[in-house]
Design a binder for this molecule. Sequence first.
Ligand SMILES: Cc1cc2nc3c(=O)[nH]c(=O)nc-3n(C[C@H](O)[C@H](O)[C@H](O)COP(=O)(O)O)c2cc1C
Length: 145
Amino acid sequence: MSKEDLNMEVNELAVKEILDELNVATKNVAKNLENEMLRKMGSNEKYNCFYHAPTVILVSGKDEERSKVMDCSAATQNMLIAAESLNIGSCWINRCKEMFELEKGQEYLRKWHLEDYVGIGCCILGYVEKTLPEKKILENRIIQG
Ligand SMILES: Cc1cc2nc3c(=O)[nH]c(=O)nc-3n(C[C@H](O)[C@H](O)[C@H](O)COP(=O)(O)O)c2cc1C
């Protein structure tokens, strides 16, 4: 194994550790939310809010920016479309939003020098193991004047 390969493996392990920690923190927050579906997800041992994806992009906006939610949402959607065009699997993950407002999430934002930023959402990326069933396009969804 070359030094570069070893460094990559160490990095992958470090990233996995961070994502595992963020997953646990997200689920702990979800357990106490009002929404029943989220509470169930938080208590489900098998559930991983990032679906074990190897790459998670945190999309965050400067707190002082009025349009941060819209800007970050547009950026996330563009990432999903770009990923699809490259045959990379992706999913928009909002589930960790509340976690980034609390202790563990704030700790990470400080660590990443993002203390002036708000975590709006995440985009997970990875290669798809199973081909997904063809998506049925719903009819009569476009209204033309
Ligand atoms: C704003 C937004 C937030 C989402 N957050 C999550 C999430 O936290 N976890 C998740 O599994 N999927 C999340 N999704 C993905 C949806 O669950 C769903 O897979 C996606 O919108 C595709 O929907 P469709 O199957 O109706 O085309 C989110 C989607 C959007 C638009």
